[in-house]
Design a protein around this ligand. Structure first.
Ligand SMILES: [Ca+2]
Ligand SMILES: [Ca+2]
Length: 507
């Protein structure tokens, strides 16, 4: 086709639409399963995880410090997160994988359009003339949207060999690119390149497990061996979470193979070693795909995004899973590289993963679907703006209701916990500029300092009970209520006005 375009161009004949189509950027959207931004050197220089490919993406592109996923109304946080990514809709406006669903509004057409799948990522890119392909894990996702990619090669790959882990996902992309090359396909592409790891079970490859001093620990009655190559305990490690966070008995907190309910140093460092082994392998696999894109001459015209569906605790704050709203879990890694993105830049961004769809449409040159509630952060990518949102809201209520909520503005973050089952009611207020790891009074205990090697400053505590910050607390409480109203949060905390939306269907 290229030679034909050149031939016509040589004769001065306009082939506007064809030329335009060939010039439209490709998109490679890489999404891993369960990874804290703080695992990566680009977010935590102290991390021993080696990811040279991701580091290079960061050096050649833009790193977002304010990327978040909005939350979950189920213990399987992946499910709502992936519905939001595919549809560009907010937490209380998405369907669940079953009907009526675990979100009380998810089957109500007033909140969730019944024809939503036809306005999701692959559907709109197909209509725009893109070739769409995906590989990812199966399950805990948005099946009706995923099925609309022209090529779908999904499977759960969490083993310890090339056939059974992340290399398999890379192979699907590589063979798809081979097919394109063989048929001289020049349509722009959208490739959704998902991995099943580092989600548990974190059976890394033997040589990478050895590098991080870890073993695939399976004996519930014993602790794994300690090893000097294991990653250090995180700075906000605790041997236990100080209070019932409304979902302490969810599967991830009590039944992940290799950890279970253990929070001792050996278990956590071994599990972080397994997480790192899986994450480094993902990095290697992304590198293979980027090499092929380069060999095909496609790399310079391709936007590459790297992210995770949500973060992960693994010992931070005494938690193991993804069912909380601390920064390690609420935030996600987010790196973007592509035409017009200044290399080596860093931005707050303040984006939700649900903003990705509007942004991809914007980069590809067409309007996002009307059902999308996301905000394009193309101006951030172009360096014209530092952030697209001032305020960020997060929700988790997969356990007791109303569960956990948080709100962030500038350096300030408020978290609230309430359980109608246990009666727990807790509030936390952090100044993230002074206390980025959300350290609590429990982190000041000598036995914890002895384990982490981190001696917190006296100001590095939860400030909710500090009279000096009473005005800030009040302001953040009001802000949280406004955000809960804005996003149709169907719950309210004790003391908030009883004005939550009423579901139109009977649950
Ligand atoms: Ca996940
Ligand atoms: Ca094609």
């Amino acid at each position: 086709m290229k030679s034909l375009v050149l031939l016509f161009a040589a004769f001065g004949i306009a082939l506007a639409s064809t030329t335009q189509a060939a010039d439209r950027p490709n998109i490679l959207f890489v999404i891993v399963d369960d990874q804290s931004p703080f695992d990566l050197k680009v977010y935590n220089p102290d991390s021993t995880l080696e990811t040279p490919v991701i580091d290079r993406l960061a050096a050649e592109g833009m790193v977002f410090d304010g990327a978040h996923q909005m939350g979950a109304w189920a213990g399987g946080v992946c499910t709502p997160s992936r519905h939001m990514i595919m549809s560009g809709r907010t937490l209380w406006h998405i369907p669940d994988k079953t009907t009526p669903g675990r979100s009380v509004l998810s089957a109500d057409p007033k909140y969730v359009p019944t024809d939503l799948p036809s306005h999701t990522m692959a559907a709109v890119f197909n209509v725009a003339g893109y070739d769409t392909m995906r590989t990812c894990k199966r399950g805990n996702s948005y099946a009706a949207a995923n099925a609309l990619f022209t090529v779908v090669r999904d499977a759960v790959k969490r083993g310890g060999t090339d056939e059974t882990e992340s290399a398999w996902h890379a192979e699907q992309v590589l063979s798809y690119l081979d097919d394109r090359k063989a048929s001289s396909d020049e349509d722009p592409f959208l490739i959704y390149f998902g991995f099943s790891h580092p989600h548990d079970t974190r059976d890394g490859k033997p040589e990478l497990l050895a590098k991080y001093g870890a073993v695939n620990h399976r004996d519930k009655k014993k602790l794994p061996a300690s090893h000097p190559s294991q990653p250090a305990l995180p700075p906000n490690y605790l041997p236990a979470h100080p209070f019932d966070n409304t979902d302490m008995n969810v599967r991830d907190e009590v039944n992940v193979s290799g950890v279970w309910r253990n929070r001792d140093e050996r278990t956590i460092r071994n599990e972080l070693g397994r997480e790192f082994a899986c994450s480094e392998n993902i990095d290697i696999q992304i590198g293979r795909v980027l090499e092929q894109l380069e060999a095909m001459g496609e790399l310079d015209n391709t936007y590459i995004f790297y992210t995770s569906d949500h973060g992960m605790a693994i010992g931070r704050h005494g938690l193991q899973g993804k069912q909380n709203l601390y920064e390690h879990t609420w935030r996600v890694p987010f790196i973007a590289k592509g035409p017009g993105i200044e290399p080596g830049t860093r931005s707050t961004g303040n984006i939700y993963l649900l903003d990705v769809l509007a942004t991809l449409c914007d980069l590809a040159g067409f309007e996002p679907p009307k059902t999308s509630e996301g905000i394009s952060f193309k101006p951030v990518l172009e360096g014209k703006q530092d952030a697209v949102r001032d305020v960020l809201y997060g929700a988790y209520c997969g356990g007791a209701k109303p569960g956990i909520r948080c709100v962030k503005k500038g350096n300030w973050k408020l978290l609230k916990y309430e359980s109608s089952e246990s009666g727990v009611s807790e509030t936390q207020l952090f100044n993230l500029a002074e206390n980025p790891h959300e350290l609590l009074v429990e982190h000041h205990a000598p036995e914890v300092i002895a384990l982490t090697g981190v001696t917190p400053a006296t100001t590095q505590v939860d400030l909710a009970g500090d009279p000096k910050h009473a005005d800030k607390l009040k302001e953040m409480e009001q802000l949280l209520l406004e955000e809960m109203r804005r996003y149709d949060d169907p719950f309210r905390f004790t003391g908030q006005p009883d004005d939550a939306p009423v579901p139109q269907v009977n649950f």
